[in-house]
Design a protein around this ligand. Structure first.
Ligand SMILES: NC(=O)c1ccc[n+]([C@@H]2O[C@H](COP(=O)([O-])OP(=O)(O)OC[C@H]3O[C@@H](n4cnc5c(N)ncnc54)[C@H](OP(=O)(O)O)[C@@H]3O)[C@@H](O)[C@H]2O)c1
Length: 277
């Protein structure tokens, strides 16, 4: 896993399809100090929801083709079923010096290049919404001949979290574990806080304790390099309260539910583009 880095960029990025993840990326890149808002051109068909970003200095428009023409990097962030239409629209404006970052789940590099009809560098990118606060894990995949574009992607996404280069066949698993994963862990935090309320805390207190505990647990793994089970052993004294609670959670299927949920999400992601097209 690569360490984060911050270098000011002087290029322009078009984010085509600036919905949930596009907005998170735009905000994250500006917060990280890598781009000024004016360097980011954000598109969607209905631009009203981007009004706040326009006020903050981002360029907001519905014209995808103009956004592509004005940019060095084209980030595709539409839903998979919208991908073919968007690629067909921007084809005339794609130049050989463009670099394409595709955030879209379930659409392969080969499919993007085929739609574009020319061999521009296409990097598959799978971040998550924590990119907005510089805490994404962003998985990247590229063809061997696009190493320079991959380096650009590593620098850019390394400024807003951690990055990992993977083979393209792992993009679907990366979507389920890393992108969908935000929701899984948020639900765990919510569930823990509900337990906290039942045993005596006010909701806001329970949520804070649960969320900070989750952050601390993650930091033990990420910052101290501890294996989760080793860190669990430290907390679980013989005949103690923690092991009793933990074992009861396992009897109720905690690990099994997470594993099955991640496998189910991966199956769903794999079918998205195939089904819609
Ligand atoms: N959300 C996540 O956490 C996450 C994480 C990693 C990857 N992804 C992937 O990123 C993609 C987007 O996900 P999302 O959650 O951000 O979806 P979303 O909120 O629905 O965003 C998609 C955006 O595309 C716009 N759009 C649709 N057709 C367009 C067109 N022809 N031209 C320009 N804009 C168009 C839509 O706005 P209008 O309808 O106004 O045009 C919408 O704002 C998906 O492929 C998803 O799998 C998402």
């Amino acid at each position: 896993m690569a360490k984060r880095s911050v270098t000011k960029s002087d290029g322009r990025i078009a984010i085509i399809g600036c919905g949930n993840i596009g907005t998170a990326i735009a905000r994250g890149l500006v917060s990280a100090g890598v781009y000024d808002p004016g360097q980011l051109i954000l598109t969607r068909r209905q631009v009203e929801p981007l009004g706040e970003l326009a006020q903050a200095g981002f360029t907001v428009q519905a014209d995808n083709r103009d956004a592509v023409r004005q940019s060095d990097i084209v980030m595709l962030a539409v839903q998979p079923q919208q991908m073919v239409e968007v690629l067909s629209e921007i084809v005339p404006d794609i130049r050989q010096d463009h670099v394409i970052f595709s955030i879209v789940s379930g659409v392969s590099i080969a499919e993007v290049i085929q739609c574009l009809g020319q061999a521009v560098p296409v990097i598959r990118v799978m971040p998550n919404t924590a990119i907005e606060i510089g805490e994404s894990i962003t998985c990247l995949a590229a063809l061997p001949e696009h190493g320079q574009a991959l380096d650009m992607a590593l620098a850019l996404f390394g400024s807003v979290g951690n990055t990992m280069i993977i083979t393209e066949e792992l993009m679907v698993p990366a979507t389920a574990l890393g992108a969908c994963g935000v929701a899984f862990f948020l639900r765990c935090i919510r569930a823990a806080s509900q337990g906290g309320i039942e045993i005596g805390f006010h909701p806001h207190e329970a949520l804070l304790i649960a969320a900070q505990t989750a952050r601390g647990a993650a930091s033990l793994v990420l910052e101290q390099g501890e294996h989760p089970e080793a860190a669990i052993d430290v907390v679980t004294t013989p005949r103690g309260a923690t092991i009793a609670g933990l074992n009861n959670m396992e009897h109720e299927g905690l690990s099994s539910a997470l594993i099955k949920g991640i496998v189910t999400s991966a199956g769903k992601v794999a079918g998205l583009f195939a089904r819609e097209n």
